[in-house]
Design a protein around this ligand. Structure first.
Ligand code: KG4
Ligand code: ZN
Length: 340
């Protein structure tokens, strides 16, 4: 039997059911079952998400263990997402983890979903060169539910120095995409269309908040009013200008994100910069970050695409560090939907 601490990670906070197995920091498997059902509704339907998690969870875990070549008797602890997320979705993962821990007489480890996104930067994979940021590093965490700038002092110590006061960056992508009739989730579609458009074609409003906080609700309103006015003159405006609208929208979101990140890096003096969360898959954001990193001499860490959106590998690695520190949860633990 190979040595090392084996952690089974479970992620079920939104609409993806995922299980992963890690041995120390080396990822052995990471399996994700996506729920296509929500596309028909233009957004995640919580009730349908929890039902799908319930159907998926056992086969997903079974598959992850088999792909890892690990028997359940070798698992040292089970780590699960406690929150933030959708209550019905979280309950499935939390309940599964409790049952697995009890049946196998192993500890339970709770993980904050956002810590998980950030700690993908600590994952190793067999046979791959994976450079990791040195602590302390700054992480721009941009997902469907959160936009934050975090000082990551260690795998267990993180300080949020800025965050959105309204919508998240992913929400801005998704809500504007919905107005444009681009389906759900809109972020990847905007990304694809933006590649063929002119980012300077249209100007949308940017917030003028002091400090490191973000705001994206004004942008959404600005896009709405812009389209309302243009559609009065030309009913086909969206159809004929789709790529330019997407490129301009994407550029505005990237400008807003990078502006604060640059100030945060200057004020903290930190030049180890990482990005995480679903929006970190955005090709425009990745390119802009690379250019900014060259300009300011940052060491930049972009996650692999498979680690950008929700996955259980991130929960397993975060759980690993908590396990090493004896940070176990008990059987009375309940999910939380929002950050305190
Ligand atoms: O981290 P994540 O999978 O789930 C949350 O924890 O929220 O992030 C999902 C978000 C969605 O808003 C989705 O539109 C966005 O990430 N996203 C993107 C791209 N891929 C996913 N946004 C912009 N460009 C992309 N390529
Ligand atoms: Zn997420």
């Amino acid at each position: 039997m190979a040595k090392g601490v084996v952690i089974l990670g479970i992620e079920s906070s939104c609409d993806d059911t995922s299980a992963a197995v890690i041995r120390d920091t080396t990822l052995l498997s990471n399996f994700i079952a996506n729920q296509k059902i929500h596309e028909e509704y233009g957004g995640v339907v919580p009730e349908l998400a929890s039902r799908a998690h319930q159907q998926n969870i056992i086969p997903v875990v079974d598959h992850a263990l088999r792909m890892a070549g690990v028997d359940k008797s070798e698992v040292n602890a089970v780590a699960f997402t406690r929150g933030p997320g959708l209550m019905g979705s979280l309950l499935v993962g939390v309940s599964f983890a409790k049952g697995f821990a009890l049946a196998n007489r192993i500890p339970l480890v709770e993980v904050n979903h956002l810590h998980g996104h950030i700690l993908v930067h600590c994952i190793d994979e067999e046979g791959k060169e994976m450079p990791h940021p040195k602590f302390p590093f700054l992480c721009l965490l941009v997902s469907g539910g959160h936009s934050q700038i975090v000082i990551v002092k260690s795998p267990l110590q993180m300080e949020i120095i800025g965050q959105t006061i309204d919508d998240a960056a992913g929400e801005a992508f998704d809500k504007c995409a919905k107005v444009l009739g681009l389906g759900y989730p809109g972020g990847p579609v905007v990304d694809r269309l933006a590649k063929e458009g002119d980012p300077n074609a249209f100007k949308f409003s940017k917030p003028s908040l002091v400090g490191f906080d973000y705001s994206f609700s004004g942008l959404k309103t600005s896009v709405l009013y812009f389209l309302r006015d243009r559609l009065k003159e030309d009913a086909n405006f969206i159809e004929t200008h789709k790529a330019d609208i997407c490129a301009s929208l994407q550029k505005t979101i990237i400008d807003i994100l990078l502006n604060k990140l640059v100030i945060a890096a200057k004020e903290t003096g930190i030049t180890q910069i990482a990005v995480a969360g679903g929006v970190s898959a955005n090709s425009g954001l990745r390119t802009a970050l690379q250019l900014t990193a060259q300009k300011y001499k940052w060491d930049l860490y972009l996650p692999e695409f498979k680690f950008t959106t929700d996955n259980a590998a991130m929960i397993a690695i975060a759980g690993y560090y908590r396990y090493l520190n004896g940070m176990f949860a008990d059987q009375s633990v309940a999910p939380f939907t929002r950050m305190k």
